[in-house]
Design a protein around this ligand. Structure first.
Ligand code: CS2
Length: 498
């Protein structure tokens, strides 16, 4: 059995593997990252690694898991080191990343997380906690009745949620006379910084209402003094498999308990509002802008929207990975038409050209070396579809245009949820609404009623004038999917998949 990747063994690695070319012992923490999963390690941590190698030694990362100890258990014995494997048809390039200095598990020691957040050296808090962890109610506001929010309001000193940690840390920094950190949301939410800012203000208002803040409301402080730049992050990161672990160990000659797989492409566009300073990310390909909105819309609606379509229609057509689904001529045709529907909903004056963008997406989706599982993308559809699909569908309806392909993605999500335990394995993918969804779908109501109930549960198109029209379009697709699967739904769109 090989020994383990760590500071002590890194010098043994073969020369072809890139390693941190800086003194890790001299690096100090400047960023706390909430949600230290594979995506963060393929994206933000790699950009920060480049800054550290460029001499910016005060931007090391403290990685926090809000739930599971798995990442810490894998990486702590490795001094935070891990391998990033960049894969495409040309092969695999390996790089060991050194920017994560330490790892914390919030449920084990919330006090340690608060200590990291209140450390005056911490000037930025980044987040990749996934859409559902923002705990939004169906109308988009903070779900004040969520048990974890209720817990955090009652126990501000030992929070569970990102909101609880951020609010308590900001309150303590203010009380200590220390400046606030900048909060940089890196999740696939629309206007992600502004959205988190609004949710945190709502959380702080609930705290203030409990009287804990005296006459200096925290909500006003969060609203006026804390910066929440929005950002668009992009890199495809399939879940690591045991085969990946074995292959990477063979390449390294050392065990790495959790290497991260990714593609060559990466993009990060950030609004440049960092009152407490930031690394010189722009030196390493990050685009610093005033308004990230157009980039975000393009990515959410074209990349992520297509991803969800490929995932649900791929699952219903028996494809386990994105590249295989995308190589299916019917799905490929469908995605082209989906893009043609979504593109006119994007801001037209932003100077971004969706045509080369979608061409590049097609090449990325065809990367056979990634084996990106459709089931991975299928998770959490209720949280993802509003910004990826429903928003563009409603924009089209407002303009008097039909969203026939967009609405098929919503129907395919419902059909794929219903197929679990039948043609798809039970628990093949999950959703925070699973309990309610499973009960509803088990009733096998007529398509129109099913779609209406699902829209109600998930809050899709809430209070929107075109809601009913969209429900009817989705329902027609669901009838086809129920009767004969994607073949009939495609045929109704003029796509021959027989
Ligand atoms: C995917 C994203 O799992 C999903 O929902 O659509 O994780 C996607 O791979 C990333 O946003 C790419 O940047």
């Amino acid at each position: 059995m090989n020994s383990r990747l760590s500071n002590a063994t890194i010098a043994e690695l073969p020369g072809a593997i890139a390693i941190p070319r800086y003194d890790r012992d001299a690096v100090t923490p400047g960023i706390v990252h909430l949600g230290v999963g594979a995506f963060h390690r393929a994206h933000q941590a790699a950009y920060v690694d480049a800054c550290l190698a460029d001499g910016e030694a005060d931007w090391g990362i403290v990685g926090v898991s809000l739930r599971s100890p798995d990442t810490r258990d894998a990486l702590a014995p490795q001094d935070g080191l891990y391998t990033l494997a960049v894969r495409d048809s040309a092969g695999e390039k390996l790089q060991v990343v050194g920017s994560i200095l330490s790892l914390l598990v919030a449920p084990e020691d919330p006090g340690a997380v608060l200590a990291a957040l209140t450390d005056p050296r911490t000037r930025i808090v980044t987040l990749t906690i996934t859409e559902k962890a923002y705990l939004r109610a169906a109308d988009g506001s903070l779900d004040g009745s969520h048990p974890d929010i209720v817990h955090d309001l009652a126990n501000p000193g030992s929070p569970k949620t990102a909101h609880g940690f951020l609010a308590e840390a900001l309150a303590r920094r203010r009380a200590a006379g220390a400046p606030p950190f900048t909060v940089l949301c890196c999740d696939n939410l629309p206007a992600n910084g502004a959205t988190l800012h609004r949710l945190l203000i709502e959380f702080a208002m609930l705290l203030d209402a409990r009287g804990s803040a005296g006459d200096r409301p925290l909500a006003g402080y969060v609203a006026d003094e804390v910066a929440f730049p929005s950002s668009m992050v992009d890199r495809i990161v399939p879940a690591t498999t045991d085969a990946d672990r074995t292959r990477i160990a063979g390449e390294l000659g050392l065990e790495d308990a959790w290497p991260v797989m990714t593609e060559p492409f990466r993009q990060w566009v950030i609004e440049d509002r960092f009152p407490a300073g930031r690394p010189a990310w722009e030196k390493f390909g990050v685009t610093m802008v005033e308004d990230v909105g157009p980039f975000e819309d393009m990515k959410l609606r074209l990349l992520n929207g297509a991803h969800s379509g490929i995932a649900y229609l791929g699952l219903l057509s028996g494809h386990a990975t994105v590249d295989r689904a995308f190589a299916d001529p019917a799905i490929r045709q469908f995605v082209d038409w989906l893009w043609a529907e979504a593109i006119p909903t994007l801001p037209q004056d932003a100077g971004l050209d969706p045509i080369p963008y979608t061409a590049e997406l097609a090449a990325r989706f065809s990367n056979t070396a990634l084996a990106h599982r459709t089931a991975q993308i299928a998770n959490d559809g209720s949280q993802k579809l509003p910004q990826r699909i429903v928003a563009s569908a409603l924009t089209r309806l407002e303009a008097g245009l039909l969203p026939e392909h967009l609405s098929l993605v919503v129907a395919a999500w419902i059909a794929a949820c219903a197929a679990r335990g039948g043609s798809l394995p039970l628990g093949h993918f999950t959703d925070p609404l699973d309990a309610a969804l499973t009960a509803l779908l088990g009733q096998e109501l007529p398509a129109n009623e099913t779609v209406t109930e699902v829209f109600e549960l998930a809050g899709f198109a809430k209070d929107h004038a075109k809601r009913q029209t969209l429900i009817e379009l989705v329902a027609v697709h669901l009838v086809h999917l129920r009767r004969e699967g994607p073949v009939l739904a495609f045929a109704a769109l003029g796509i021959d998949s027989r």
